[in-house]
Design a protein around this ligand. Sequence first.
Ligand code: SF4
Length: 487
Amino acid sequence: MISVQVQPSGEAGDQFGLQTAPAPGSIPCPGLFYPTAAPDGALLRLRFPGGLLNARQCRSLASFSERLGAAAVDVTNRANVQIRGLVATDLPRRLVASSAQLAADQLAAPLMGVDHLRNIMASPTAGIDPTQLLDTRPLVQALDAYISTEPRLVGLSPKFSVGWDGGEQVSMAQQPNDLLFRGVEINEQIYLQLDLSEMALGCYLIPPSACIEAVAAIAELYLGCVDPALVRKPRLRQVLQAQRPLLQQLRPYQAARIDLPAILPTYRHLGIHPQRQSGRFYIGVALPLGRLTLEQLRQLANLSETYGSGIRLTPWRNLLLPDIAEADLPTVQQQLADLGLSDDPIWGGLVACSGLTGCLSAATDTQADAAALAAALAQLGQPEPLTIHFSGCPKSCAHRTSSDLALVGDPEQSTPRYSLYAGLGETFGRLIAADLSPAELPQKLTNLLVAYRQSRAADSDSEQSFRDFVSQQPVVQLQAWSSGGIC
Ligand code: SF4
């Protein structure tokens, strides 16, 4: 049997009476059976391939979290769920004892040892998106079934991850994955493009029916090259690059690379949207900092059972309620409002890592500072759909892609200080200001937004996005505006 251990606890110590990991770095990502110790308690992560949960899974998740003493769950940037702040003294024993029930409740894989490898991402609008080329949900399910029942895969890197992009308008193609399959149509045939050309390993056009075999072949390549007992396993990319001749197995599918459409901003998933199924709609719901209370989770299960079909978590830490009939939209919206949930674009685009309360590396209280900023931006009225990222240090755990504005905690300072970045640029964008106290942020960001609005008001034909605006202005101009200079 796979033993359940707590990850390296670092400076947090083994304060929960949990076992200590056998070797630092052996399991760098938390899992359902691999709790991680953090300043606010142990944390677990449950995988939901494709971000898909049915009503029963929602209820099971709520009951499981409640039994562990949690009051809420957090959606992660891989559309999974994290339960944190756990102080149970016998957590490992309880998790092992519950494993069969967790699998029966569809909260875990039948094999504990591979549960944490179900890192499978898809668009939250897979199967319902009017622009999609194919429904990737069968691929998500097939890959989940393969991983969940193949004990040999325990030798893979814990970061092994696969993304399926079916050509949906709400694309997840910018999210980081070891392997990304993107739908493409050629001569009325649908293929999945696996583009490894960045690693000089070629590009492959694979029929949907052969994709799981392709993933399995790549997994076998990895397992054939990496000692399963290795404590720090290399990433898939490193192994593939070192073993180029072995990619012969994909040769039948090798083809010229096809340029795929540009990826649209992710905020378009909030609010009401028509599905490809006539008369059906999905509602995109913003979750404040990705958090759902257990009561909200249970009520969402009821709502989806009565009016829709399950919930879909998004990599932007929000969720969708799909398959709502047009006549039911007002009722569902009212019930969401009664739960304190809405499509508020401020919350929809605001991301913060756990910060000081949950991470020993954090320089700032990202959660509290993000909430203070949300309150300030709400005062402006008619909020723009911005993406704003609070990171307690430069590691950027909560958000892996670029954002409109980024606030990054400075670990070199003795008091909480942020650097402000804007628009496109390296990692976080272009640096606008450093050494900012949390109290300075709301005014600085409000000033930038006001400058953007004034610029648009001066040119009524302009449809320039905020990101394009801040990306195209000189840094000195942005610095002046953020400090209250006139536009
Ligand atoms: S970004 Fe830094 S502070 Fe935030 S959770 Fe990651 S390591 Fe901790």
